[in-house]
Design a protein around this ligand. Sequence first.
Ligand code: NAD
Length: 472
Amino acid sequence: MSNQPYSFFHSVEKSFDKAAKFTKWEKGLLEQIKACNSIYSMRFPVKMDDGRIEVIEAYRVQHSQHKSPCKGGIRFSDEVNQDEVMALASLMTYKCAIVNVPFGGGKGGIKINPRKYSTYELEKITRRYTSELVKKNFIGPGIDVPAPDYGTGEREMAWIVDTYASLKPGDIDAAGCVTGKPISQGGVHGRKEATGLGVFFGTREVCNMPEVMNKLGMSLGIEGKRIVVQGMGNVGYFCAKFFREHGAKVIAIAEYEGAVFNENGLNEEELFQHRKKSGSILNFPGATNIEKTTEALEIECDILVPAALENVINGNNAPRIKAKIIAEAANGPLTPEADEIFVQKGVLVIPDMYLNAGGVTVSYFEWLKNLSHVRYGRMEKRFTENMNSRILSQIESLTGKEVAEKERNFIKHGADEIDLVHSGLEETMISATREIMEIWHNNPSIPDMRTAAYVSAINKVGTSYTELGIFP
Ligand code: NAD
């Protein structure tokens, strides 16, 4: 055993090395892909409400500039440290590459517990952090574009864009310096549900692959599949919603206070309202309580969706898990020991690094919207509707039959922003799933889908570096 403290960044490097063996790139290039290109560690003073001055510790890491800008969230947490930010920035490079989002990876963090600060203090910290980034050229629509992460949301993103814009007068692309903004500040429709919807699209694509489903001994398609979801926050809620709406049965939902089970399927919105009213998901009408929440993970089901925290499935409980597919909606829900157990058991793990990339994909759409200065659908919506109406009228007059009202409205409809964002996300997740599966199919010695996803990322970043011609 080594005495080195655990390093998240080194564990990412280990997964990278495992996959690199299945690629053709020379050692030096692989070293470059793995390295964090720029690390900005900063300290700055902020005057608190009581007059005290506090020194704030913060970071921004740009892992790779093989594509510009860099992209990745900003985390507000007590646990923030340089190693963690480096690891998360490198994962962003690989995630973006897999889903063909043309960004390098980045990540930021401020070492604070946001609950311990007033709104005014948080605003001062966020604005000061942004101005430090501006001073060192670590933010900008063509340089590095942050987004929300742990402990941050629309509010913080609005402070960032406002600070950036005020320091860069005349920059007409200033809105593209950060994503995850409120709609009124240049945000895009569809961001809230993006990760859950992406998880659904990716999992559905896997379930539509006859070879994969045959091997797992499962029927094709999502319809009728029995799903268990852990966590009913943003990601878990929308996962449950989209699986249910597409004919699957969400038979159990787990939260930290316990889990509920109903063989005939649960409705996530009703459960959410019940929890809001009663303070707990337990005692939901028609459902059975599971007091020990971790037992929900071990229920007999087709697809298990961990959408809460990291390391919830480990060497201890993995042997008892009966799902045939595990769809990693959360970041890092499985430990490496669990991964190995599932390879042995023939359980398919759809890896987090690409499956939960819906957020960054829709962030990319937001950035494009900001640079084009026009809302999606504005130019073509009415044109499409007028054209479709004409076609419908022609069909009706030629056939002498009338198209039913509901069908007419559906066919006529021109795309709104939300339609285009969902469609772009669907295309992204389907293509990425197919690319990863093809890599795995063409190289059967690749042990699992996670390694195949890394191979996909390494190949794309490697190709990019080579095409840049910086290795003569
Ligand atoms: P969230 O805070 O909205 O939801 C997490 C939920 O999990 C909460 O409702 C919490 O009560 C529940 N939970 C906590 N401990 C639990 C336990 N032991 N058992 C069961 N439930 C438990 O967070 P989120 O945004 O939904 O993110 C969930 C995961 O998905 C995280 O790993 C996050 O990093 C990852 N992720 C989120 C996004 C995004 O766009 N929000 C994108 C990519 C990845």
